[in-house]
Design a protein around this ligand. Sequence first.
Ligand code: GDP
Length: 296
Amino acid sequence: MIFEGLSDKLQNAFGKLKSKGKLSEKDVKDAMREVKLALLEADVNFKVVKEFIKKVQERCVGQEVMQSLTPGQHVIKIVNEELTALMGDVQSKIMISSKPPTVIMMVGLQGAGKTTTSGKLGGYLKKQGKKPLLVACDVYRPAAIKQLQVVGEKLDIPVFSMGDKENPVNIAKAGFEHAKANSNDIVIIDTAGRLHVDELLMDELKNIKAEVKPHEILLTVDAMTGQDAVNVAESFNEALGIDGVVLTKLDGDTRGGAALSIRAVTNKPIKFIGMGEKLDDIEPFHPDRMASRILG
Ligand code: GDP
């Protein structure tokens, strides 16, 4: 389970505080040292950890905590609040245009779960009464188009494709026109991925962005890759500009470093999480619920 190790270690650190009637600055410092180690072991970005600990420590040695009758509880409350803030405070929704169709461009590296997530998102929006269209722009990876078609069939969502010989920019544009003509109010563009961030890929994505002007660019990253996922998010955001992140494979991530670092490093929110391989294993990301989960 995600945050397993982190939860255990934090509970351990706070357990000692909870048994005390009054706290000294040293008590707080000792606890913060443990929290810091626990976060680093969970693969949270080093700079993020440093800032976080500084902020929490400052608040915890304040009068309110020191004079509190239940200082341990107070410290936990502060950590909860700061963890929530770290992940973005409020739930970030996707931007639905008042002038349909809303165009959502899905980007990410190969294997991150982009095609699956395109389908999952379509299914999620369909359940909310929308009429999504999936557009197959990954013309390089063998079987990517077929994969999207299979996903579309399972969800009963139409898939627009022009095969793998057409330029992805033209496919995206034609997909948008197709959506307008067929009163699809959401267009989800599944773009190509690569094994690594490279210029060619970014140029193609920039071209699609310039032509189609998506309302949302959502980056899919694999939570299990930890700080690599954070670096990928930073690169995509710098090169292309993203609106949010979908963090996939959280069901297999025991540490949680990416979940805790992405927002702070990129300043872009996690909007959805992938919790399994099934097409309904997608959830909106709630920072406050995630923080409570960490604190057990
Ligand atoms: P793409 O190359 O980025 O389009 O990646 P795919 O959509 O083909 O997904 C790669 C693999 O990750 C597939 O086996 C998916 O079933 C799997 N996958 C995607 N999202 C999740 C998730 O949230 N949890 C788990 N466990 N597997 C996922």
